[in-house]
Design a protein around this ligand. Structure first.
Ligand SMILES: [Zn+2]
Length: 473
């Protein structure tokens, strides 16, 4: 399989596009920083996770055996503050938003993750790493916590391309007991009335960065292939992970390929609570349906910044409609027994487009180019359907499977709901009930049925010939 051998990815660590060569043959280990579960997920999260879901789908399509791991940060100040506001135990609040996160991911067809790992389940691994880092002299204890001394790790800064001298004085997590302003916490000592655990260094909570290395070293070992996340996490979060892991294991590099996603802005501004411009996944999915949202999120190159505007969602909705219509037309295309010249010509072009589609993905996951090939396939199919109007059984099979293959790697679902005999009968039944209600002048109830069906994506139209219906998404 050539596409498999040809995969090239941009690696933040080396600053280059490189040939993808996994550490353990065809087995690939990928970890992506998951959500801090204190609120609903927004479309910035949507961008990151639909992209890596597409990467996972592509890797599996290309024949790799992938273990895809995502962490759930369920211990964090934001969770604790929010829990106080809502009068709830922090872990209970975290579970609540964790389940909303899964709902959002499912709606976007993000289904490729093998394991979601909660930080709070890895305390023994976290303590083991802190103990070793202290023993090796990379960490020190003060009255406020245990900190990593960045001057003991000369590579600190290599991922985000910064000099350690500058980072040594760069202020993070301000605390007067630290040796360098750039040192980060491994363990934070907290008062006993706060949520936390008893540890060898007193009561408190782990620092943020240590959960990722505790989880990944536990499941993947000392080294693994791909670490992904939003570009904002490269420093200090990912830099800190490298320092912890490589100091703990003594093995370099901890991660072979670092893949970062560009920032998502809203009309040119960063999404933030204070600006009040946070757009939740579930709200856009509710309004536009999940597929247009996913289509939009993968329509720009992953490393580029993406500026969200509502018009783009309108466009994505009509693009999705085009995909669906072409698929439906192909599905309904008349089958004949002979293979005509036009069909041979079409299938040759389709084979070429399929190759180009997968080559685009192998070329550093160029999803916009892959989509352009898909749209070209649609244009050709539509032209064929309207000009020729019939196809051989085998030709139809090839076209449909090519469509299915491309769409499933991109994670775009096309359900042919109208096909279902059951659905048709159910809608017919509701139409009859509604017509009876109208005859009895129970308009309120009849309108409610119409409204509820609309919410489900079925539009009714009352005409002199009776009520007609169609699927609108
Ligand atoms: Zn992380």
């Amino acid at each position: 399989m050539t596409a498999f051998a040809d995969l090239r990815v941009y690696n933040t660590l080396t600053g280059r596009v490189e040939k993808f060569v996994p550490l353990y043959g065809k087995r690939v280990f990928m970890f992506v920083c998951g959500p801090t579960v204190y609120d609903y997920s927004h479309i910035g999260h949507g961008r990151v996770f639909t992209f890596f879901d597409t990467v996972a789908r592509y890797l599996r399509w290309a024949g790799y055996s992938l273990f895809y791991l995502v962490n759930i940060t369920d211990v964090d100040d934001k969770i604790i503050n929010r829990a106080k506001e809502e009068g709830m135990h922090p872990l209970k609040l975290a579970r609540k938003y964790e389940s909303f996160y899964y709902e959002d991911m499912e709606s976007l067809n993000v289904t490729s993750v093998n394991l979601y790992a909660r930080a709070s389940d890895y305390l023994p691994e976290i303590w083991d790493q802190i103990r070793v880092l202290l023993e090796k002299g990379h960490a020190y204890e003060t009255e406020t916590g245990v900190y990593f001394d960045i001057t003991t790790f000369p590579d600190y800064g290599k991922l985000s391309k910064q000099k350690i001298e500058e980072l040594r004085v760069h202020r993070i997590e301000p605390d007067p007991t630290k040796r360098n302003p750039g040192d980060f916490a491994l363990w934070r000592k907290r008062p006993k009335d706060e949520f936390g655990w008893e540890s060898p260094w007193g009561y408190g909570r782990p620092g943020w960065h240590i959960e990722d290395t505790a989880i990944t070293i536990k499941h993947f070992g000392k080294q693994y292939d791909i670490h992904g996340g939003a570009i904002e996490l490269a420093f200090p979060h990912h830099e800190a992970e490298i320092a912890q892991a490589e100091s703990y294991t003594g093995v370099k590099p901890f991660v072979k390929y670092w893949i970062h996603i560009g920032l998502l802005t809203i009309k040119g501004e960063k999404m933030s609570k204070s600006l009040g411009n946070i757009i939740r996944i579930r709200d856009v999915v509710q309004e536009y349906g999940p597929e247009p949202v996913r289509l939009l999120l993968i329509s720009s190159f992953y490393r580029s910044p993406m500026d969200f505007r509502w018009e783009l969602l309108d466009q994505a909705r009509s693009s999705y409609q085009r995909i669906k219509t072409a698929y439906d037309n192909l599905y309904d295309l008349e089958v004949n027994s002979e293979v005509g010249n036009a069909e041979v010509e079409l299938l040759n072009k389709v084979k070429d487009l399929r190759d180009r589609f997968f080559r685009s993905l192998a070329d550093n996951f160029n999803t916009p180019e892959a989509l352009a090939n898909l749209y070209e396939l649609i244009r050709l199919t539509n032209a064929y359907v309207s000009e020729v109007g019939e196809i051989s059984e085998q030709g139809k099979g090839i076209l449909l499977s090519t469509f299915n293959e491309m769409l499933s790697v991109l994670g775009i679902r096309v359900e042919r709901a109208v096909d279902s005999v059951m659905l048709k009968s159910l809608v017919q039944l509701l139409l009859e009930v509604r017509s009876q209600l109208r005859q009895r002048r129970m308009y309120e109830l009849s309108d409610e049925i119409r409204g509820r069906l609309r919410d489900l994506g079925i539009e009714l139209q009352d005409t002199p010939q009776g009520t007609k219906w169609r699927i609108i998404r």
